[in-house]
Design a protein around this ligand. Structure first.
Ligand SMILES: C[S@@+](CC[C@H](N)C(=O)[O-])C[C@H]1O[C@@H](n2cnc3c(N)ncnc32)[C@H](O)[C@@H]1O
Length: 257
């Protein structure tokens, strides 16, 4: 995908509730399970927040403050507008930033949240990157694509799509072992229900068709749409071979970085 096609890809993901699989219910369920490990009014860092599908939900579930970071300025602008509409701007700060080069100074968080975005750096590296940002027994919630069955048992369109898009993708068990090896205790984990995929794909597909209707036969837009359609087809053909797993972890190394 060239730069201009990527611009269209981003446009397909604007003005939609979220940029990756998930639902408000799943966000709320993950938060409910980690709530006992958090102080009242937790300081939350939401990494790869997109336009804030989960950020707004989290802000409604507690009295904490949220710093939400994403690489793409249009998503951050949309999150700011959503926060303002929900009268949550005093508790949600949205900033453009790069997960690969986080520079948050000496700040510490009680909870780091990252729905569908840790793939940007990889699961294990993501856990290493956030450790110094966490209070000594701080909590991390990540959702990450996993193989729920061996790839050779998956429909070929599903296996090919994911092997190409995310070669390091592994199993729930392997991710749990990585988390423990990286100095985290496992609080819990659960698989995002199927509706979480539809909640992402259906609005993006509708938005994509709207954008395509305005740009006619633009070859870069068509290339972006083709890539999206292949991904949607693989998502829809998924028979449970691939899932998004929520990992609920607690820093357990006991040291202060
Ligand atoms: C699959 S989306 C998930 C967005 C959101 N958490 C959700 O579930 O709707 C991945 C997000 O990671 C962001 N992203 C990609 N590379 C990034 C980077 N280097 N630093 C920060 N965010 C990044 C993208 O802009 C996108 O919003």
């Amino acid at each position: 995908m060239n730069d201009r096609s990527f611009e269209f890809f981003l446009q397909f993901h604007l003005n939609v509730p979220r940029q990756g699989p998930g639902t408000p219910e799943a966000t709320a369920e993950a938060f409910r399970r980690v709530r006992p490990f958090l102080p009242p009014g937790p300081r939350i860092l939401d990494l790869g927040c997109g336009s804030g599908g989960q950020t707004i939900v989290l802000a409604g579930l507690c009295d904490g403050s949220i710093l939400a970071i994403d690489f793409h300025p249009p998503f951050i602008e949309q999150l700011r507008q959503r926060a303002a509409r929900a009268e949550l701007s005093h508790r949600i700060v949205a900033e453009v930033g790069d997960m690969k080069a986080l520079d948050l100074g000496p700040r510490r968080f009680d909870l780091v949240w990252c729905e569908g975005a840790v793939f940007v750096v990889g699961f294990e590296r993501g856990l290493d990157l956030v450790r110094p940002l966490l209070e000594p027994s701080g909590v991390v919630v990540l959702s990450e694509a996993v193989w729920l069955k061996p790839p050779n048992e998956a429909p070929s369109i599903v296996a090919e799509c994911w092997q190409q898009a995310y070669p390091p993708m592994t199993t729930v068990e392997a991710n749990l072992a990585m988390a423990e090896g990286a100095g985290y205790a496992v609080i819990d984990h659960f698989t995002l229900p199927r509706q979480g995929w539809d909640a992402y794909i259906d609005p993006v597909e509708a938005r994509m068709n709207e954008v395509l209707a305005t740009v006619g036969n633009d070859p870069d837009a068509r290339a972006a749409a083709e890539a999206e359609r292949r991904e949607f087809a693989a998502f829809r053909a998924n028979d449970g071979s691939v899932g998004y797993e929520f990992f609920l972890l607690r820093r357990s190394d006991g040291t202060v970085d």
